[in-house]
Design a protein around this ligand. Structure first.
Ligand SMILES: C[S@@+](CC[C@H](N)C(=O)[O-])C[C@H]1O[C@@H](n2cnc3c(N)ncnc32)[C@H](O)[C@@H]1O
Length: 365
């Protein structure tokens, strides 16, 4: 397996910081949604699982995922926009297979947040030295309960630990959003991983062809025999010659909408990566050179229009799902819908599809 020695003894690189930023921003929006659920909702607690937690910070004292998560939640607990929402307990679950990391994490949290946490008794933390296989199996029943909302962060090295079986198992859960970090470059080093990904449906042609591994993994995940519909997305990072990716899935349109927006914020050109995924360009700064070509968004809009003309979907949710499949923002759908309305092809009361609505669409012929 890839070596993890020194990951936290060095400074986090730009890709790691970007990944952590996406995770923290996601937590902020997702926890607000879970806190805002109506009183009739069965959800009684919010659980944040960090299965590869690490000791908490890098060599420069910058926060890793567990400290960032606590900081984010504590800020929400006092911010004027969100402090009124508190009512449900929030449970953090931090696991790492190294006892030393869990001990350091516990100490870091106590030193940095001890005082604030003691004035927020609705926030509780579980620490455990445990490998992923064990902690996942120990908690999956709890995650599956209808009265818990869960956010899972699976920040593994390489791509060895998350598999189809776990995905299928998570597809049986109710309010559960999951982020899995995968380093596609480790694939070529491990024959057994190549086989595993071939079994998942990824046609592994060239060991150096990592660029689209995450897109292929998403395809295999989408085609898996899932218990119920999941919405998938991914964001890829290039670090030196390696490609890493954050894979997201959730059973909720609201969930995927939040992740989609964060990705487009990080990458306003494609919403997919911190490098050009679809064109063989070294970086996004050279995009102006390609101004004469049809933009990525224009291509997506064309596909969206064709989908409508060929399928005549009659519900907003079908449009929203297509927009997510194409990985475009609902705002990008607006000019397409306007033109179809102006040309008397269809009629609907909305300008762009919303994740939490299901209004009707009618056609003129
Ligand atoms: C990439 S680091 C996690 C970084 C952390 N999320 C952060 O932001 O600081 C991976 C961590 O996973 C732990 N680890 C490696 N294999 C593991 C396994 N099988 N089960 C649980 N933890 C594991 C390592 O000890 C290391 O702390």
């Amino acid at each position: 397996m890839s070596s993890n020695t020194g990951f936290h003894n060095r400074a986090f690189d730009a890709g790691t910081l970007q990944k952590l930023n996406i995770y923290a921003s996601y937590l902020k929006s997702a926890v607000a949604v879970f806190l805002n659920l109506p009183p009739t909702s069965p959800v009684k607690s919010i659980n944040i699982y960090d299965f590869f937690a690490g000791p908490g910070m890098d060599a420069l004292g910058r926060y890793g995922s567990p400290l960032l998560a606590i900081k984010t939640i504590l800020e929400m607990a006092t911010a004027p926009q969100t402090k009124h929402l508190w009512g449900k307990p929030i449970y953090f679950h931090f696991f790492d297979r190294k006892e030393k990391s869990i001990n350091s994490l516990q100490k870091n949290i106590k030193d940095i947040f001890g005082d604030s946490l003691s004035s927020h008794p609705h926030i509780k933390i579980e620490f455990k030295t445990s490998d992923f296989e064990t902690s996942f199996n120990d908690h999956i029943e709890e995650i599956r309960k209808t009265n818990t909302a869960n956010i899972l962060f699976i920040d593994q090295f390489g791509m060895a630990h998350f598999d189809m079986e776990k995905l299928i198992s998570l597809s049986k859960c109710y309010y559960t959003d999951c982020m899995v970090f995968m380093a596609s470059s480790s694939l070529h080093r491990f024959k057994e991983l190549q086989n595993r990904f071939s079994d998942m449906g990824y046609k592994f042609k060239n060991p150096k062809d990592y660029r689209h591994v995450h897109t292929q993994i998403l395809k295999a995940f989408r085609e898996a025999p899932l218990e119920k519909k999941l919405f998938f997305g991914s964001f890829a990072f290039k670090k030196k010659t390696n490609i890493y990716g954050l894979i997201y899935f959730s059973g909720s349109r609201r969930g995927i909408d939040q992740f989609l927006r964060l990705c487009w914020k990080e990458d306003p050109v494609e919403g997919l990566a911190n490098f050009f995924l679809h064109e063989d360009q070294p970086n996004k700064d050279s995009q102006l050179l390609f101004a004469f070509k049809k933009t990525h968004i224009e291509n997506l809009q064309e596909q969206f229009k064709l989908f409508i003309l060929e399928n005549h979907p009659i519900s907003e949710s079908a449009l929203y799902d297509k927009c997510c499949d194409l990985w475009m923002l609902p705002e990008h759908c607006e000019p397409v819908l306007k033109k179809l309305k102006d040309n008397k092809i269809l009629q609907c009361s909305f300008r762009r599809p919303q994740p939490n609505q299901d209004r009707e669409i009618t056609y003129f012929s």
